[in-house]
Design a protein around this ligand. Sequence first.
Ligand SMILES: Cc1cc2nc3c(=O)[nH]c(=O)nc-3n(C[C@H](O)[C@H](O)[C@H](O)COP(=O)(O)OP(=O)(O)OC[C@H]3O[C@@H](n4cnc5c(N)ncnc54)[C@H](O)[C@@H]3O)c2cc1C
Length: 430
Amino acid sequence: MSTERFVVLGNGGAALYAARAARQSGFPGEIHLVADSEGPAFNPMLSPYYFKGKVSWEDCFPFGEGFYRDYDLVCHFGDPAVSLAAARQRVILGSGMELPYDRCLIATGTSPVIPPVPGLRESPRAFPLRSAATALKLEGAMRAARKAVVLGASMVGLEMAEILTRKGVKVVLFDVVAQVLPRGTHPSIAALLRTYLEEQGVEVRLGCGMEGMEGAEEGVVCRFSGDVIEEADMVVVSTGVRSNLAFLDRDEVKTELGVLTDERMRTNVENLYAAGDASQALNLVSGRQDWMGTWGSACYQGRTAGQNMAGKEAVYTGTLPENITPLFGWHYAQMGDIQPKEGVVRHCACGDPRDGGYYLLVFQDGRLVGANLINCTRHAGLIRQAILQKWRCEGLAQEGEWNDPLPETVGTAILEACLAERSVGRTAMR
Ligand SMILES: Cc1cc2nc3c(=O)[nH]c(=O)nc-3n(C[C@H](O)[C@H](O)[C@H](O)COP(=O)(O)OP(=O)(O)OC[C@H]3O[C@@H](n4cnc5c(N)ncnc54)[C@H](O)[C@@H]3O)c2cc1C
């Protein structure tokens, strides 16, 4: 019988894929799972679908209660990791318990970032969205609300704007940045989406930062830059997330936004691994270790870590940053890198969101590196493939600003080539 012990920090997709992969790879020793909350793992990305009535509350817990028993896990629920002594290979929990380990995985995910606005953090009417507990609180507040401020025009902010509007709640969407979806969306697409949101009844105020918030009983008064004042029953806070790494000594374990990992999900410290939203791993477009922030990559990284912890030689081959979201009946997809920092960057746009789809393609030194697609069901898969294969588009490496569009004909030629040959390689690209 093995006396080895693994400690897995976290109770999300990355943690549970790791624990399961370790068992399936034949690890017979103890696996301790440390979680700051009670109960089975919650999938945060399903809460918008739950609010829309598309999945049940039970469906938001995809691993179920039996998972921990089936994979013989020793659970420390409601007892967070508060310190990690990586060189001594032990984790200290909130209860004071010390857990020595042979191998440890950091899979503690992220928490919402609450901007340091006076009155916001402590307000009972401000609602971030991440855990099962925050989803239930938000759901309760939505039932009684007539007007909501959504703070942050992120993907989650836009999804919540739709959910609230469809429930008959008046929504005012604010962001300090001058466009919606500042991460991964080209400004011209962002402008198009903004107009569409407004057509659906969402009031959009950009370049407007929150400066204060007062009141609680009868609702709140929110103060914004430019003397803008908005009264509301609730504030949805969707202003981004930060990896949960407060228990780490960052001089000991290398981090940027998350813990840096290699292709086997190992950190710079021996016997310490990281996966999911708490980590950074290979981005297939940039070739860098980036923070990915998606369920699929978290689970894939967790599985790879678990296999390696159990002695297999598994490699995380990387993922394409992408996000697909429904928005008031439209389908919006972001793929790859929309704002590359180096090289000659050009873009082209073509099509019509209401007739066959709208495409924005981004090229870096002549290679397709990113796309924003609205309602592009016909070509989306092929464009994704083309980005993954870094296909080269002849003649696009000439000088030009990234906001200096290429002729629409370049885009339509690429799309026609996609459809005609099921491969963009031979005509427009190679
Ligand atoms: C509203 C919303 C919508 C989303 N939509 C999408 C989408 O459409 N597509 C997509 O791919 N992704 C989406 N995501 C992102 C996706 O949910 C995450 O990328 C994924 O859940 C990350 O998994 P994880 O296991 O790394 O982290 P998490 O799911 O965050 O799990 C981390 C776990 O660690 C626990 N923990 C934290 N700190 C400690 C500690 N100190 N000690 C012990 N335990 C701790 C947490 O409680 C949690 O159980 C969405 C997220 C949200 C919030």
